[in-house]
Write a protein that binds this ligand. Structure first.
Ligand code: 57M
Length: 359
């Protein structure tokens, strides 16, 4: 909105010219989303407490989590609100990529919110069934995939980090692949969200890297210089990623150990879906598995644990899955697990950025 209102006035006041620049608007979006969450956070937590929107902690988990019973949850509502408002404020509203990614974020947030609400109000784990949840997630991603494939600029190639000249063409199968990336990312973030700050930290880092890649992908000269796919209009997604970074960072302020609020499925499903969608749109699909390696590792730990548990008749690879519980069971303090996972996430982000040159 600011872009549409203020940039046209640059003839009257030269300073408004700055609204033209994606770099400026991305920074503006990051700061706006951050302060929206910071200013509303305390009131939001109090409101959730008043309405008794508190976490129901599973009895079969690590004992250190029992004290978290009743911690206000559904903080993702605040994240989504900040991301949406900020994006609308700073982005070029004519950009269709932004509307699509906002659509997925809101749809996945709605699925998560419904699930959270049922769990809280029914006071047991009777949220949406796993099948129902995945069905709704696939539905949203399939619609997005179909819309993308119907566009004249549709490109079925996928990019591989480290390989400039290897870019397999999936053709129409790309839609299926896109669904896999978006649904996979959403559920991986959801599984990761089991310790204070564990999902929000790597989300800040991953969205930060995608802010950079979106900017580059939308810049015809830089994209060709770096040998990455050029995607018309992708630069505006940098503004959206800025909003993701800022809102998640602001949320981390309250979610840092000991957490005053959890994001709930409304937050984790939406954030994962948003990052998966950006990765698809800027054609940096596999890079997401690298930058978001923490999410991948957590999801893999669950797949391996559950698979092995079934075939071995009750034996486990890890003391408990997802992976973060394994370290808790080994006696690590929660903040130690979280900070070490952040460190890994930062290292992965650096490697991901290095792929711009190492290819
Ligand atoms: C949800 N939710 C947290 C909070 C957060 C297939 C199976 C492995 C699935 C998995 C599962 O359900 N994972 C997804 C994870 C929960 O947090 C809520 O959920 C939202 C995210 N979806 O925002 O609202 C708990 O996590 C803790 N938490 C924090 N700080 C935060 O900032 O401490 C969350 C956010 C909260 C709080 O304690 O209550 C969750 O873990 O439930 N299932 C599991 O994760 C279970 N694993 C398991 O059963 N593993 C088995 C194998 C054979 C499948 C095994 O290894 O033996 C564990 N979940 C829990 N306890 N809570 C089991 C132990």
């Amino acid at each position: 909105m600011l872009y549409h209102f203020l940039f046209p006035l640059h003839d009257l006041f030269g300073g408004f010219n700055v609204f033209r620049y994606i770099t400026f608007r991305s920074i503006g979006a990051t700061l706006t989303a951050f302060f929206v969450v910071i200013f509303c956070g305390k009131r939001f937590v109090a409101m959730m407490r008043d309405h008794q929107i508190g976490q129901v902690v599973r009895a079969d988990g690590p004992e250190s989590h029992f004290s978290k019973q009743g911690v206000p949850t559904m903080g993702g509502l605040l994240i989504i609100m900040a991301v949406t408002l900020t994006t609308l404020l700073w982005v070029d509203l004519r950009n269709h990529l932004v509307w699509l990614v906002l659509g997925i974020t809101l749809w996945y947030g709605a699925i998560g919110a419904y699930d959270d609400y049922r769990k809280i109000k029914l006071k047991n784990s009777a949220g949406l069934s796993a099948r129902g949840k995945i069905f709704l997630q696939i539905g949203g991603a399939a619609l997005l995939g179909w819309l993308l494939s119907a566009h004249q600029a549709f490109d079925g190639h996928v990019s591989l980090p480290f390989f400039k000249d290897v870019s397999p063409n999936l053709g129409d199968w790309y839609v299926l692949f896109a669904i896999l990336v978006i649904v996979g990312a959403s559920n991986a973030v959801n599984l990761t969200d089991g310790l204070d700050g564990l999902a929000a930290g790597p989300t800040v880092i991953t969205a930060g890297v995608y802010l950079l890649f979106s900017y580059l992908a939308g810049h015809v000269v830089l994209a060709s210089y770096l040998g990455i796919p050029y995607v018309e209009g992708a630069g505006e997604l940098a503004v959206f990623c800025g909003a993701l970074v800022g809102a998640s960072l602001g949320f981390l302020w309250f979610n840092a150990f000991p957490a005053q609020v959890f994001m709930g499925d409304v937050g984790s499903l939406a954030l994962g879906g948003a990052m998966g969608t950006v990765a698809i749109m800027i054609k940096q699909e596999f890079l997401l598995a690298l930058v978001g390696g923490i999410f991948v590792m957590e999801a893999l730990s669950v797949i391996l644990q559950v698979g092995f548990y079934k075939v071995s008749g009750g034996k486990r690879i890890f003391l408990m899955a997802p992976f973060h519980h394994h370290f808790e069971k080994k006696g690590w303090q929660e903040p130690k697990v979280v900070v070490r996972f952040w460190i890994i996430s930062i290292i992965l982000a650096l490697v991901a950025m290095a792929t711009l040159k190492l290819r």
